[in-house]
Ligand binder design. Structure first.
Ligand code: SF4
Length: 67
């Protein structure tokens, strides 16, 4: 599964890191980024899919996409 983030849509609510702390991090302004890469796209291992799916569902602005 591939996850994409759209920082321009992020409102810094913090929900995604609660759901998947191994995947999501924030800039100093609280805007979403991935922990391990500056890329806006990341392959998600099977182990982390549940948390990322929860983040995808909870993100209020659809700043997280899955494909
Ligand atoms: S859940 Fe969505 S709006 Fe909230 S911090 Fe994460 S990406 Fe940003």
């Amino acid at each position: 599964m591939k996850c994409t983030i759209i920082p321009e849509k992020c409102i810094a609510c913090g929900l995604c890191q609660l759901a998947a702390p191994e995947v999501f991090d924030y800039t100093d302004d609280g805007i979403v980024r991935f922990i391990h890469t500056d890329s806006l796209h990341q392959e998600v291992t099977e182990k982390l899919q549940s948390g990322v799916t929860t983040a995808y569902k909870k993100c209020p602005t659809r700043a997280i996409l899955m494909e």
